[in-house]
Write a protein that binds this ligand. Structure first.
Ligand SMILES: O=C(O)CCC(=O)C(=O)O
Length: 361
Protein backbone atom coordinates (compact mmCIF):
# COMPACT_ATOMS: atom_id res chain seq x y z
CA UNK A 1 0.00 0.00 0.00
CA UNK A 2 2.82 2.42 0.82
CA UNK A 3 3.81 2.88 -2.81
CA UNK A 4 0.16 3.52 -3.67
CA UNK A 5 0.64 6.88 -1.97
CA UNK A 6 2.80 7.84 -4.94
CA UNK A 7 -0.20 7.45 -7.25
CA UNK A 8 -2.87 10.01 -6.34
CA UNK A 9 -5.15 9.10 -9.22
CA UNK A 10 -5.06 5.46 -8.18
CA UNK A 11 -5.94 6.53 -4.65
CA UNK A 12 -8.96 8.49 -5.87
CA UNK A 13 -10.06 5.56 -8.06
CA UNK A 14 -9.69 3.21 -5.12
CA UNK A 15 -11.61 5.42 -2.66
CA UNK A 16 -14.40 3.63 -0.80
CA UNK A 17 -17.91 4.48 -2.00
CA UNK A 18 -18.94 6.31 -5.14
CA UNK A 19 -18.08 9.88 -4.22
CA UNK A 20 -15.24 11.84 -2.67
CA UNK A 21 -15.06 15.41 -1.39
CA UNK A 22 -13.23 18.08 -3.39
CA UNK A 23 -12.29 21.57 -2.17
CA UNK A 24 -13.28 23.58 -5.21
CA UNK A 25 -12.17 27.21 -5.51
CA UNK A 26 -14.28 29.62 -7.52
CA UNK A 27 -12.64 32.43 -9.52
CA UNK A 28 -13.77 34.84 -6.77
CA UNK A 29 -11.53 32.95 -4.33
CA UNK A 30 -14.27 31.32 -2.27
CA UNK A 31 -14.06 27.60 -1.73
CA UNK A 32 -16.70 24.97 -1.28
CA UNK A 33 -16.52 21.32 -0.42
CA UNK A 34 -18.50 19.28 -2.86
CA UNK A 35 -19.10 15.57 -3.12
CA UNK A 36 -18.39 14.37 -6.66
CA UNK A 37 -17.99 11.06 -8.46
CA UNK A 38 -14.48 9.72 -8.89
CA UNK A 39 -13.92 10.68 -12.58
CA UNK A 40 -14.93 14.27 -11.72
CA UNK A 41 -12.64 14.20 -8.68
CA UNK A 42 -9.72 13.10 -10.86
CA UNK A 43 -10.46 15.93 -13.31
CA UNK A 44 -10.71 18.49 -10.49
CA UNK A 45 -7.52 17.16 -8.88
CA UNK A 46 -5.73 17.64 -12.20
CA UNK A 47 -7.12 21.21 -12.30
CA UNK A 48 -5.47 21.96 -8.97
CA UNK A 49 -8.05 21.10 -6.29
CA UNK A 50 -7.56 19.05 -3.14
CA UNK A 51 -9.42 15.76 -2.78
CA UNK A 52 -10.46 14.35 0.58
CA UNK A 53 -11.24 10.65 0.81
CA UNK A 54 -13.30 9.91 3.90
CA UNK A 55 -13.19 6.51 5.63
CA UNK A 56 -9.58 5.97 4.63
CA UNK A 57 -9.61 2.86 6.85
CA UNK A 58 -11.77 1.11 4.25
CA UNK A 59 -9.00 1.38 1.63
CA UNK A 60 -5.93 1.17 3.89
CA UNK A 61 -6.35 -1.42 6.65
CA UNK A 62 -3.31 -0.04 8.52
CA UNK A 63 -5.19 3.23 9.01
CA UNK A 64 -7.92 1.49 11.00
CA UNK A 65 -5.23 -0.22 13.05
CA UNK A 66 -3.48 3.10 13.77
CA UNK A 67 -6.79 4.72 14.72
CA UNK A 68 -7.61 1.86 17.08
CA UNK A 69 -4.21 1.94 18.75
CA UNK A 70 -4.40 5.74 19.07
CA UNK A 71 -7.76 5.31 20.74
CA UNK A 72 -6.41 2.64 23.04
CA UNK A 73 -3.43 4.84 24.01
CA UNK A 74 -5.45 7.99 24.55
CA UNK A 75 -8.57 6.37 25.91
CA UNK A 76 -10.73 8.33 23.42
CA UNK A 77 -11.49 9.06 19.72
CA UNK A 78 -10.83 8.58 16.65
CA UNK A 79 -12.98 5.73 15.40
CA UNK A 80 -11.34 3.86 12.55
CA UNK A 81 -13.79 5.52 10.17
CA UNK A 82 -12.83 9.02 11.35
CA UNK A 83 -9.73 9.20 9.20
CA UNK A 84 -9.55 11.06 5.92
CA UNK A 85 -6.88 10.80 3.25
CA UNK A 86 -6.09 14.18 1.72
CA UNK A 87 -4.48 14.43 -1.68
CA UNK A 88 -3.40 17.85 -2.87
CA UNK A 89 -1.90 18.95 -6.16
CA UNK A 90 0.67 21.77 -5.91
CA UNK A 91 -0.78 25.15 -4.92
CA UNK A 92 -3.48 26.38 -2.52
CA UNK A 93 -4.82 23.30 -0.80
CA UNK A 94 -7.40 23.76 1.96
CA UNK A 95 -8.58 27.29 2.79
CA UNK A 96 -8.67 28.92 6.21
CA UNK A 97 -11.08 27.16 8.53
CA UNK A 98 -11.41 25.53 11.92
CA UNK A 99 -12.70 22.11 12.91
CA UNK A 100 -14.86 21.09 15.83
CA UNK A 101 -12.44 18.35 16.88
CA UNK A 102 -8.73 18.03 17.51
CA UNK A 103 -7.05 16.75 14.37
CA UNK A 104 -3.87 14.75 14.09
CA UNK A 105 -2.26 15.11 10.69
CA UNK A 106 0.23 12.48 9.57
CA UNK A 107 2.07 13.54 6.46
CA UNK A 108 2.98 10.86 3.92
CA UNK A 109 4.12 12.40 0.64
CA UNK A 110 5.38 15.75 -0.65
CA UNK A 111 5.71 18.95 1.38
CA UNK A 112 2.90 21.14 2.57
CA UNK A 113 2.90 24.48 4.32
CA UNK A 114 0.58 24.79 7.29
CA UNK A 115 -0.47 28.05 8.86
CA UNK A 116 -2.14 27.65 12.22
CA UNK A 117 -3.49 30.14 14.75
CA UNK A 118 -5.46 30.08 17.95
CA UNK A 119 -9.11 30.94 17.47
CA UNK A 120 -9.56 34.03 19.62
CA UNK A 121 -13.14 34.58 18.43
CA UNK A 122 -14.60 31.31 19.69
CA UNK A 123 -12.70 28.70 21.66
CA UNK A 124 -13.71 25.03 21.42
CA UNK A 125 -16.41 25.48 18.75
CA UNK A 126 -18.92 22.70 18.28
CA UNK A 127 -19.09 22.96 14.52
CA UNK A 128 -16.52 23.44 11.78
CA UNK A 129 -16.36 26.73 9.93
CA UNK A 130 -14.94 27.83 6.57
CA UNK A 131 -15.31 31.63 6.25
CA UNK A 132 -14.48 31.46 2.55
CA UNK A 133 -17.54 29.32 1.90
CA UNK A 134 -19.78 32.14 3.01
CA UNK A 135 -20.06 33.77 -0.35
CA UNK A 136 -23.34 34.35 -2.14
CA UNK A 137 -24.31 31.38 -4.23
CA UNK A 138 -21.90 29.03 -2.45
CA UNK A 139 -24.34 28.97 0.43
CA UNK A 140 -27.07 27.74 -1.85
CA UNK A 141 -24.87 25.14 -3.50
CA UNK A 142 -23.55 23.59 -0.34
CA UNK A 143 -26.49 24.13 1.97
CA UNK A 144 -25.84 25.48 5.44
CA UNK A 145 -27.34 23.90 8.50
CA UNK A 146 -28.94 25.84 11.33
CA UNK A 147 -25.91 25.50 13.60
CA UNK A 148 -23.63 26.99 11.01
CA UNK A 149 -26.09 29.74 10.21
CA UNK A 150 -26.18 30.72 13.88
CA UNK A 151 -22.41 30.57 14.08
CA UNK A 152 -22.12 32.72 10.99
CA UNK A 153 -24.31 35.41 12.46
CA UNK A 154 -23.05 35.34 16.02
CA UNK A 155 -19.45 36.39 15.49
CA UNK A 156 -17.33 38.82 13.62
CA UNK A 157 -15.01 36.29 11.98
CA UNK A 158 -11.58 37.23 10.74
CA UNK A 159 -11.38 37.17 6.95
CA UNK A 160 -7.79 35.99 6.91
CA UNK A 161 -5.38 34.17 9.18
CA UNK A 162 -4.84 36.19 12.39
CA UNK A 163 -1.48 37.95 12.84
CA UNK A 164 -0.62 35.40 15.56
CA UNK A 165 -0.53 32.64 12.91
CA UNK A 166 2.50 30.38 12.85
CA UNK A 167 3.81 28.61 9.77
CA UNK A 168 5.44 25.21 9.48
CA UNK A 169 6.14 22.80 6.66
CA UNK A 170 5.13 19.17 6.85
CA UNK A 171 7.19 16.48 5.14
CA UNK A 172 6.76 12.70 4.99
CA UNK A 173 6.84 11.30 8.50
CA UNK A 174 5.96 14.55 10.25
CA UNK A 175 2.82 14.93 12.34
CA UNK A 176 0.84 17.91 13.61
CA UNK A 177 -1.69 17.77 16.42
CA UNK A 178 -3.99 20.72 15.98
CA UNK A 179 -6.06 21.80 18.98
CA UNK A 180 -9.82 21.88 18.59
CA UNK A 181 -11.06 24.99 16.87
CA UNK A 182 -7.72 26.42 15.77
CA UNK A 183 -7.64 28.21 12.43
CA UNK A 184 -5.58 26.56 9.74
CA UNK A 185 -4.96 26.76 6.03
CA UNK A 186 -2.59 24.85 3.80
CA UNK A 187 -0.52 25.22 0.68
CA UNK A 188 1.07 22.26 -1.11
CA UNK A 189 4.61 22.84 -2.35
CA UNK A 190 4.23 19.74 -4.48
CA UNK A 191 1.84 16.79 -4.72
CA UNK A 192 1.02 15.75 -1.19
CA UNK A 193 -0.73 12.91 0.55
CA UNK A 194 -1.61 13.00 4.23
CA UNK A 195 -3.93 11.46 6.76
CA UNK A 196 -6.26 13.44 9.02
CA UNK A 197 -7.27 11.63 12.21
CA UNK A 198 -10.28 13.36 13.75
CA UNK A 199 -9.39 12.78 17.35
CA UNK A 200 -12.36 14.33 19.16
CA UNK A 201 -11.36 14.54 22.83
CA UNK A 202 -14.47 14.16 24.98
CA UNK A 203 -15.85 17.33 26.55
CA UNK A 204 -18.06 17.64 29.63
CA UNK A 205 -21.07 18.73 27.57
CA UNK A 206 -21.06 15.56 25.46
CA UNK A 207 -20.53 13.28 28.45
CA UNK A 208 -23.25 14.89 30.55
CA UNK A 209 -25.72 14.98 27.70
CA UNK A 210 -25.13 11.31 26.98
CA UNK A 211 -25.46 10.34 30.63
CA UNK A 212 -28.54 12.47 31.10
CA UNK A 213 -30.09 11.03 27.97
CA UNK A 214 -29.51 7.49 29.28
CA UNK A 215 -31.24 8.51 32.50
CA UNK A 216 -34.19 10.22 30.78
CA UNK A 217 -34.76 7.32 28.39
CA UNK A 218 -35.44 5.15 31.41
CA UNK A 219 -38.24 7.44 32.64
CA UNK A 220 -41.72 7.16 31.19
CA UNK A 221 -42.62 10.80 31.76
CA UNK A 222 -39.67 11.88 29.63
CA UNK A 223 -40.47 9.38 26.88
CA UNK A 224 -44.14 10.31 26.64
CA UNK A 225 -45.15 12.48 23.68
CA UNK A 226 -46.27 15.96 24.62
CA UNK A 227 -49.87 16.72 23.57
CA UNK A 228 -49.09 19.45 21.09
CA UNK A 229 -52.10 19.09 18.84
CA UNK A 230 -55.69 20.25 19.16
CA UNK A 231 -55.43 23.97 19.84
CA UNK A 232 -54.31 26.17 22.67
CA UNK A 233 -55.23 24.15 25.76
CA UNK A 234 -53.13 21.03 25.02
CA UNK A 235 -50.23 23.24 24.10
CA UNK A 236 -50.49 25.10 27.37
CA UNK A 237 -50.63 21.74 29.18
CA UNK A 238 -47.55 20.63 27.28
CA UNK A 239 -45.70 23.79 28.24
CA UNK A 240 -46.64 23.25 31.88
CA UNK A 241 -45.56 19.61 31.77
CA UNK A 242 -42.30 20.57 30.15
CA UNK A 243 -41.68 23.15 32.85
CA UNK A 244 -42.41 20.55 35.56
CA UNK A 245 -40.05 18.05 34.01
CA UNK A 246 -37.30 20.60 33.55
CA UNK A 247 -37.74 21.45 37.23
CA UNK A 248 -36.66 17.88 38.08
CA UNK A 249 -33.57 18.02 35.89
CA UNK A 250 -31.06 19.19 38.46
CA UNK A 251 -31.92 16.32 40.82
CA UNK A 252 -31.78 13.81 37.95
CA UNK A 253 -28.47 15.17 36.72
CA UNK A 254 -27.01 14.83 40.19
CA UNK A 255 -27.84 11.14 40.22
CA UNK A 256 -26.52 10.54 36.72
CA UNK A 257 -23.89 7.87 36.36
CA UNK A 258 -21.44 9.71 34.17
CA UNK A 259 -20.03 7.42 31.54
CA UNK A 260 -16.41 6.78 32.41
CA UNK A 261 -14.25 8.04 29.60
CA UNK A 262 -12.10 4.96 29.41
CA UNK A 263 -14.73 2.29 29.68
CA UNK A 264 -16.71 1.22 32.72
CA UNK A 265 -14.71 1.48 35.97
CA UNK A 266 -13.34 -1.88 37.04
CA UNK A 267 -13.38 -3.57 40.40
CA UNK A 268 -9.86 -4.16 41.67
CA UNK A 269 -8.89 -6.87 44.13
CA UNK A 270 -6.27 -5.88 46.67
CA UNK A 271 -3.46 -8.37 47.13
CA UNK A 272 -2.23 -7.45 50.59
CA UNK A 273 0.07 -4.65 49.51
CA UNK A 274 0.73 -1.54 51.66
CA UNK A 275 0.46 1.95 50.22
CA UNK A 276 2.10 5.11 51.56
CA UNK A 277 2.08 8.65 50.18
CA UNK A 278 5.46 10.34 50.28
CA UNK A 279 5.29 14.13 50.16
CA UNK A 280 7.61 15.87 47.73
CA UNK A 281 10.90 16.97 49.24
CA UNK A 282 12.31 20.43 48.60
CA UNK A 283 14.50 19.40 45.69
CA UNK A 284 12.12 16.94 44.04
CA UNK A 285 8.99 17.75 42.15
CA UNK A 286 5.88 15.59 42.31
CA UNK A 287 4.81 13.00 44.80
CA UNK A 288 5.85 9.45 45.44
CA UNK A 289 3.58 6.52 46.10
CA UNK A 290 5.45 3.88 48.06
CA UNK A 291 3.98 0.43 47.41
CA UNK A 292 5.09 -2.52 49.54
CA UNK A 293 4.44 -5.87 47.92
CA UNK A 294 5.70 -9.11 49.45
CA UNK A 295 8.32 -7.32 51.55
CA UNK A 296 9.64 -5.23 48.68
CA UNK A 297 8.96 -1.50 48.39
CA UNK A 298 8.52 0.16 45.00
CA UNK A 299 8.33 3.89 44.48
CA UNK A 300 6.03 5.32 41.82
CA UNK A 301 6.32 8.99 40.89
CA UNK A 302 3.03 10.89 40.61
CA UNK A 303 2.20 14.49 39.87
CA UNK A 304 -0.83 14.46 42.18
CA UNK A 305 -0.98 14.02 45.95
CA UNK A 306 -1.70 10.29 46.56
CA UNK A 307 -2.74 10.65 50.23
CA UNK A 308 -6.44 10.06 49.54
CA UNK A 309 -5.57 7.32 47.07
CA UNK A 310 -3.67 5.47 49.82
CA UNK A 311 -6.67 5.85 52.05
CA UNK A 312 -8.94 4.36 49.38
CA UNK A 313 -6.49 1.53 48.71
CA UNK A 314 -5.97 0.74 52.39
CA UNK A 315 -9.70 0.76 53.26
CA UNK A 316 -11.27 -2.27 54.90
CA UNK A 317 -12.80 -4.16 51.99
CA UNK A 318 -10.92 -6.63 49.81
CA UNK A 319 -11.85 -4.89 46.58
CA UNK A 320 -11.81 -1.29 45.54
CA UNK A 321 -13.55 0.20 42.56
CA UNK A 322 -11.62 2.19 40.01
CA UNK A 323 -14.28 4.87 40.46
CA UNK A 324 -13.23 5.25 44.13
CA UNK A 325 -9.63 5.68 43.06
CA UNK A 326 -10.74 8.24 40.51
CA UNK A 327 -12.53 10.18 43.24
CA UNK A 328 -9.45 9.99 45.45
CA UNK A 329 -7.23 11.69 42.85
CA UNK A 330 -9.66 13.87 40.94
CA UNK A 331 -6.83 15.94 39.49
CA UNK A 332 -5.23 12.99 37.75
CA UNK A 333 -6.08 12.45 34.12
CA UNK A 334 -8.07 9.32 33.40
CA UNK A 335 -5.33 7.93 31.22
CA UNK A 336 -2.91 8.67 34.11
CA UNK A 337 -5.16 6.73 36.48
CA UNK A 338 -5.32 3.81 34.08
CA UNK A 339 -1.54 3.84 33.71
CA UNK A 340 -1.19 3.81 37.51
CA UNK A 341 -3.64 0.91 37.87
CA UNK A 342 -1.74 -0.97 35.16
CA UNK A 343 1.52 -0.45 37.11
CA UNK A 344 -0.03 -1.59 40.38
CA UNK A 345 -1.37 -4.68 38.65
CA UNK A 346 2.07 -5.35 37.19
CA UNK A 347 3.69 -4.99 40.62
CA UNK A 348 1.23 -7.51 42.01
CA UNK A 349 -0.40 -4.98 44.36
CA UNK A 350 -3.80 -5.25 42.67
CA UNK A 351 -5.58 -7.51 40.27
CA UNK A 352 -8.56 -6.77 38.09
CA UNK A 353 -11.55 -8.44 39.75
CA UNK A 354 -14.04 -7.53 37.03
CA UNK A 355 -13.21 -6.16 33.61
CA UNK A 356 -14.53 -2.87 32.27
CA UNK A 357 -18.05 -3.35 30.99
CA UNK A 358 -19.05 -5.92 33.62
CA UNK A 359 -20.90 -3.26 35.52
CA UNK A 360 -18.45 -3.34 38.40
CA UNK A 361 -17.79 -0.28 40.48
O1 LIG B 1 -4.28 18.56 4.76
C1 LIG B 1 -4.68 19.69 4.55
O2 LIG B 1 -4.29 20.38 3.61
C2 LIG B 1 -5.68 20.31 5.46
C3 LIG B 1 -6.38 19.32 6.29
C4 LIG B 1 -7.36 19.99 7.17
O3 LIG B 1 -7.57 21.14 7.13
C5 LIG B 1 -8.11 19.21 8.11
O4 LIG B 1 -7.96 17.99 8.12
O5 LIG B 1 -8.88 19.81 8.87
Amino acid sequence: MLSAFDHPIGLIDGAPGDTVVVYVRSPSGSTQQIGVDKPTAVRLFKSGFTVSIERADAMIPAVGKWARSLRADLGYGPDARDVALLISPPGEAVPMHFDSTEVLIVHLRGRKRWQIAENATLRYPTTSWFPSERDGQDLRVRGVDADERRLEQAFDWPKQMPPSARTHDMAPGSATLLPRGWWHQTYAHDRTVSLTFKVGAPCARAIVIEALDRRLRALEAWRAPLPLWGGHAPRARSDARLQDLVGTLAALANRCELAPLLGAPRALRKLGAGFRAVAPSANRRGWTLAVSVRGETHELRLDVDPTELCRALDGASATVSEAELRNAIPDASLSGLHALVAKLVKLGALEIAAPAGDGAG
